[in-house]
Design a protein. Sequence first.
Length: 408
Amino acid sequence: MPNLNWNGKRSADLVPATLIQDSILYPKGQGYPRAHPDGRIILGDNLSVMAALLPEYEGRIDLIYADPPFFTNRKFSARVGRGEDSRKPAKWKLAEGYHDAWSDLDSYLQFLYERLALMVRLLSPKGTLYLHLDWHADAYARLILDELFGAEGVFINEIIWTYHGPSPIRTAFNRKHDTILAYAKGKDYTFNADAVREPYSPNTVTTFNSSRKAGFGKVPNLERGKVPEDWWYFPVVARLHNERTGYPTQKPEALLERIILASSNKDDLVADFFCGSGTTSVVAAKNSRKFITSDEAVRAVFTARNRLAETNVVFSLERDSSIKNMTSRDARKTKVHITKNSVSLETAFDVDFWEVDPDWDGKMFKSAAQAQRHVRSGELPFELKIKIGRRVCVRLVTVQGKEIQLDI
């Protein structure tokens, strides 16, 4: 296969992370306290995180979706305000999201190459890798994937995701699509055509019902529907969308659902090492898949955790040991009231999320009850109904991303 070369191209010097399990979250108490996690959220640089996962997961991940920075050379902000007027962006409360800024194209390609090489190693023989980019670097990425998958690899599809929206461009056609490259290690990859069929258009149904000559003699199963083409229309997650988290460049659940249903089966392992808002892990959890997701941004990990707390899948939160424990024990401005069957919170902090371990062992935080601020209304419950054990521990996360632990 042809190779793409750039200044400084080299294999990565892998330094595996030492992963520390910080907590286990049981959404709404389901499975507490003994259920084994079916998902993992990991805070850390994905290169060292993937290197740490190799001994256990090399050749075992059934589906990897990668949505890395696009080489836009922009800095993206996250919306952290709640209940704001979406028509007045000048008044939005913002925080740092993620940086997509590079010194040059060579450094970006090296960043991508090192991480894609590990994803190929982690992918199972029947697995599929979906790489999501846009016009900035998709042409380079295809050549990199051709090299990494080699002659035995299979280029499955170049998928075009189209969408609408305003654009400042006045000197060219508006750029309103992304490119998703799908690759597999061999021909025996998973593809569930029936899981993603969609209805034929009414015009197609009318045409086939009115003429036997339609379709050059080929009569489709109109009731079963068709496998989608390799161009997909899904609306972006707009500021008024019910899925909106405020995290920048959030991808719609419908987009990931098509990918996950088509290229994995129930109980398969799905991974996303550019976690972002956590859409991949959320859709995997909703569709009975196990998942691993990671990000180096604390806000991304917290956003994914908040969304996964609304599912029914038990998952763990982990971090690279080189990252300092960010949980403080600042008990000021906060009071916790406990009865036999409830915990209530009184605080001056602007809380975004809080959770309770009702039988804290002083080591592993096991979250058995959770509450989070509603994205649209800004409302947050300050009382959680839960049976209390010997010792209670409460954790809360502020809108600014500060995590506070209160040992009661």
